[in-house]
Design a protein. Sequence first.
Length: 348
Amino acid sequence: MKKEGHILRVVAFLIGILIFVYTIYKFGGVRLIATNLGEMRYYYGLIALNSFVWMLFYTGAWRQMFRGLKEKISFSKLFRIKLCGEGVNFMTPLGFMAGDPIRLLLLKKHFGPEARLRSVVIDRTLHSLAAQYFNIIGISLIFTQTIAFPLWILLGLLLLYLFICTILTILIVRMTTGKGFGIFEKLFVWIKLEKRFPKAHDLLCELRSNLNYYRDRPKYPFFIAFTYHFIGRFLGAVEIMIACYCFTHHFDLVFSVILASLTSFFAVAFGFIPGALGILETMYAQFFTLYGYPPDMGITIQIVRRMRVLFWVGIGIMLLDYESIGDYTKKLRNSKLLGRKTKKLTKS
């Protein structure tokens, strides 16, 4: 199964490359895109600075999860760990499933296992929730535009995000007050969540146990963390706005918020292709065309955003504590070998 999964990921990546190449040649070619990239000049610095600021906000949100603990960690150390985790997130198609274990591992020197796990799980949950609320705003803003966007898609996306936000918000509120899944228990039994979606069931149970910690504790860290995450998502739209200004010479926040929201949806919907390679470039080209902009401008901006990702991958790799990761890998290998030997002895 693992080999089949690797093969499927490689095939999906190759498909993404083909779509990427086809999109570039269809909407201007390599020379035009290269010329556009050359025109960005000092805007690269502004985009990097903007992403640095949202990393600060994301770190501040994560730090809220350590309030009230005896153990302390400086903002600079937590920021470094955050960058390492995000670097791995960007580097792998698994996203946070790969980066979050790195965060847990690098926190080992500072906090116990429960505090580490609780902070990462809740931080990721609030990050996702802030993203969904931001997407609701972005999708809603499309209704104010005169572009020919299919109404059924808009309504479908809006209802989807409203449903996700409502469910997540209710679950978080109930779990932090110690009420568990409540009315959702019957629903989970009816859809046989444990059998059909074991990973989702395990994630919800893990989330319940971690959120139960805050049953008799102040809830304001959640509001602060959520606000910081939301600001981070907003700065993602600011990044698009900065890049657009390079070519259009005027700021269009509504356009940027809408595009950032659609980017989030397409990145998740086509998550089987690493980084939604090719898919996002095509979407940007089509979206810019809807607004009367040259499609090559959209492709260029999405490529610039990928360059920003590569920048933070490099920073994350440089900051990684390879000694700690190496020790963890050795222990993991030893435990696997021990498990295999135990199985052999049992069989014999």
